[in-house]
Structures are given as structure tokens and as C-alpha cells.
Design a protein around this ligand. Sequence first.
Ligand code: HPA
Ligand SMILES: [Zn+2]
Length: 322
Amino acid sequence: MDAIARLIRDIPKAELHLHIEGTLEPELMFEIGRRNGVKLPFESVEAARQAYHFHDLQSFLNIYYAAASVLQTERDFYDLTWAYLQRAAKDNIKHTEIFFDPQTHCDRGIEFDPVIRGIHRALQDGKTQLGISSHLILCFLRHLSPEAAMNTLKQALPYRDWIIAVGLDSSELGHPPRKFKAVFDRARQEGFLTVAHAGEEGPPEYIWEALDLLEVSRIDHGVRCLEDEKLVRRLVAEQIPLTVCPLSNLKLCVFPSMKDHNLKKLLDLGICATINSDDPAYFGGYIVENFQQAATALDLDEHDIETLAKNSFKASFLSENR
Ligand code: HPA
Ligand SMILES: [Zn+2]
């Protein structure tokens, strides 16, 4: 193992862009499916992995939502989250801020309570047993209506102490952040911080809207910011973090190859970029693999790796005192 690989493995890291449903490995998917009597759209663990070839965000989301149908009980959400945390500990993740998508579950008849309770209990055990601190971020599905998002926010209010922020995910194109201004206004009034996926497949205008209308603390993905010089100047001046996900971008064809990824350029421009795994069970790697593949393809040096790790703590909500 070379010096960069050792540094990547050993340096303390925070993960800020991780969909807990996207950590469902096929083995666990089949185990939970069996115990809940849910028939999966795949014949076997191998067939599931074989099906993981995507050409854009939507082709991934179709499979991701289908697989999530095995998750039904509090125990399922606990097991899912606990498996991720054990994996995170191996990668020396010290702090993680995870997304969950309540609408993916509640719209198929699962109650909000077992979803959040299972995740929350695992996060507490992650703190006491693995020494990993964490925050939870509730994401609204942007392909659904703003009214549905508002209902989800209201369902979340009794659990406000377990949720630090709200976010926005799912199909980006055609669903601009402005669609959710009212719900984000209400979320901020209720004391939540805000983040949003923007500029993954969508144009720089979506990043502007996330900043100006949703008043987000950071942008998830945001890699298309380089198409807009004025936006880059703003991101640098205000040190608005981008939670970049290299393997996700590669697997969803946002960039044709890892060598074409703009992460090094983002760093060199002084943007507060971080590395994250997004949906590691589907994109072929957890955080260390994301660092490693980006470092190899883009020739990242020790200083870049240290900057990325420092950025991950700086961009986190650790200083929010909650
Ligand atoms: O990268 C993503 N983008 C949008 N929605 C998502 N849901 C899971 N991962 C993603
Ligand atoms: Zn994401």
C-alpha cells in the first residue's frame, strides 16, 4: 500500500452525503426480504449486482426505490443503519450526516415512526459502541408534490430533536428547488437547517435557487457549478461546501470517466469540496474507495487529501451544538 492509500485509509473523515437506503447491500436486501416475505425483482444476490448498470440518475432511482421495498420494520431500519456504521468505522469515519427518504417508505404503507426510530437507535449505538457521532437529515422526494413534502415535514415535527436538517433528493431535472420554497421556509421556521441536491444533472440555476430560495448551508453534488463563473466566485467567497460523490458521478454518467471528474479543479479554485459515497451499495464503493479512485485518476497529492478531510469537518453540522 502506498503512502497516499495509507493516508486515505487512516485520516479521520466525516461523511456528509450518504443515503441510508443506498447502503442496502444485496446480501442484506435478500435477508430482510426473506424475513418479511417480500419478493424481489432479482433472482439472486449476483443477479442484483449484475443489474447495477445505470445510464443516468433516473435509471438508478428506479432500482433503488424497488429494492427499498424490503424495508418494513424498525428492526430492518436498525439493521440497515448498523451495517453502514460498522462499515464506516472501518474507513475511519468519525462523524456522519445521513439522509433518509421517509416518503419512499410511507407511500407504501410503512409508518414514519419505525423508520426513524430504527435509524435513530442504530445511530445512538454507533456513538456508544463505535465512537461515530452523527446527524440525521430528512430528504423530500422532489419528483413528488410540494404538498406531499409539507405533509412529511409535519409528520417529522414530533421527532424534531432527532433531525438536524431537511434536504431535497430524487429526480433533479424538471424539479427545480423553487418548487419547494414554501416547505423549506417552514422547515427553517421550525428550526431545521437546510441542504439540497443541485447541479448533479440540473443546471447551475438550480444551485442559485437552492442558495437564494432554500437558503441551504451546503450543496449536495453541485459539480455543474463550473459552468457559471459568477456562481463559482460566490461558492468560494462564502465557502459554501459541495458534497461531491465521485463514484456516483461516474456510475450515473455525470462524467464519462474518473479522469474527467472536476474535483481537482474545484479544489484548486478554492471551493470547499468534500468526498462522499452517496449510495455505496449501488455505486461500487464506500468513502475510502471514492477517495482512492479519485486520487488515482486525478493525481491528488497528500495536501489534497488533507484538504478534503479537513473540509469534511468544516462543512459538517458538528459546530451546530445540537
Ligand atoms: O445522488 C442522488 N441524487 C438524487 N437522488 C438520490 N437519491 C439517492 N441518491 C441520489
Ligand atoms: Zn445523493
